[in-house]
Design a protein around this ligand. Sequence first.
Ligand code: NAG
Ligand code: NAG
Ligand code: NAG
Ligand code: NAG
Ligand code: NAG
Ligand code: NAG
Ligand code: CU
Length: 405
Amino acid sequence: MKISTFITVAVLSAVGGASPPPPPPGSHSPGGPLVVGSSSSAKTDTLAAQGARNLAKYLRANGNASATCTEHNVVVRREWSTFSPKERKEYIAAVQCLTTKPSKTPSSVAPGAKTRYDDFVATHINQTLSIHGTGNFLTWHRYFTWAYEQALRNECGYQGYQPYYNWPKWSDDPTKSPVLDGSDTSMSGDGAPLPGRNATCIPSNNLCQISLAPGNGGGCVQSGPFKNFTVNLGPVAPALGDVTPNPSPSGLDHNPRCLRRDISRLAASTWSTDDQVSTLITNFTDIASFSTRMQGDFPSGFLGVHTAGHFTVGGDPGGDLFASPGDPFFYFHHAMIDRVYWVWQNQDIEKRLYAVGNTITLNNMPPSRNATLEDQIDLGSVGVPVVTIGEASSTLAGPFCYVYA
Ligand SMILES: *[C@@H]1O[C@H](CO)[C@@H](O)[C@H](O)[C@H]1NC(C)=O
Ligand SMILES: *[C@@H]1O[C@H](CO)[C@@H](O)[C@H](O)[C@H]1NC(C)=O
Ligand SMILES: *[C@@H]1O[C@H](CO)[C@@H](O)[C@H](O)[C@H]1NC(C)=O
Ligand SMILES: *[C@@H]1O[C@H](CO)[C@@H](O)[C@H](O)[C@H]1NC(C)=O
Ligand SMILES: *[C@@H]1O[C@H](CO)[C@@H](O)[C@H](O)[C@H]1NC(C)=O
Ligand SMILES: *[C@@H]1O[C@H](CO)[C@@H](O)[C@H](O)[C@H]1NC(C)=O
Ligand SMILES: [Cu+2]
């Protein structure tokens, strides 16, 4: 079997690529009234299936994307709802295991990084201003999510692969998703109700371009496997008004506290619907505008799927641009970001596989040079080799060998 055949069989059968998309569900315009019960990922998943067909065709014409990624070792990342209870428990156990392994970050560099889990959070906090609104946003987070998956496998005995959370499938009510339903096989659910809170301002309280009304949570996560989860690092830019400040402005000192969430139906159902996601994939044909649109246009009131996914859990540290990997939901969200990037690349592989756009500073402030395929991605104490943007551009080359179903 060739890798192209593998993709045709494994991916297209899983996403139902053979069947036509179902009729559009009752949808609503952004900012319009909520229409409960209309969640669908049909258009997004149809684009994923079309992309997988294009990818199989591309590989038939061009051979394997790399000498080392073949039909024998290519793996499929799947949505959490397709994981069996046993697979879910294995993933959860591996995440909990990472929080029991000692950190590899020197305490002189990040005194608050106590565990292997924290190494990822510390690296993200440290580099936040040069990995968002920049030309490396998509590839940096692709490599980061992959490194986390590898740590779960190589350091904690996990045999599966990183699951993703398909935003539009649950956009009407994220608490209905098996990722966030609070059950024993979930990533825990909402925080305890904490009434009387202010709206969250995005990007910050000093610059309230988008005001997001509070949801039903706000307190510590109440049930499920991460009920007792300890957040060690941050905050740096907290979304909640009452988070104990970190002893250091860097957010890298030790600040142990509970995991808090404020699941936002509003963010999810306004900004991460099937219409929002499929339009993002089809309407933006160069990587700079695709990546920029994905990360929102706050001055014009557009949150974008990236920020919407973060505020789907919100809270602390989920709503903090810097410390957000401190909530294990981060990796479900960023696997979906990566899937959408993959689907977008697959719509026009020749032009998009090695496309790079935008500069090396957040929204080009201050103005800086364009990013290039030779720019390096260095994940510090996460402990993986330095790669270039070019090496992280294909999910079937460089360190990677995976596809999405
Ligand atoms: C693709 O992978 C197969 C192994 O499945 C290998 O035999 C073949 O040489 C590879 N092709 C290229 C171009 O690397
Ligand atoms: C932050 O990045 C700098 C420059 O790459 C590095 O020297 C430092 O060790 C990093 N700190 C953390 C916490 O990763
Ligand atoms: C949380 O910690 C308490 C006290 O250590 C323990 O009894 C309980 O089982 C823990 N809950 C979970 C979900 O791990
Ligand atoms: C809400 O905002 C007001 C005005 O900025 C502030 O005084 C108050 O402390 C805030 N309340 C909470 C719960 O954060
Ligand atoms: C599609 O892209 C065009 C050109 O960039 C833009 O003007 C339009 O607003 C976009 N439409 C949507 C729905 O995003
Ligand atoms: C940077 O990229 C922009 C947009 O693609 C392009 O117009 C500009 O010429 C580039 N600048 C340099 C110095 O290459
Ligand atoms: Cu990030």
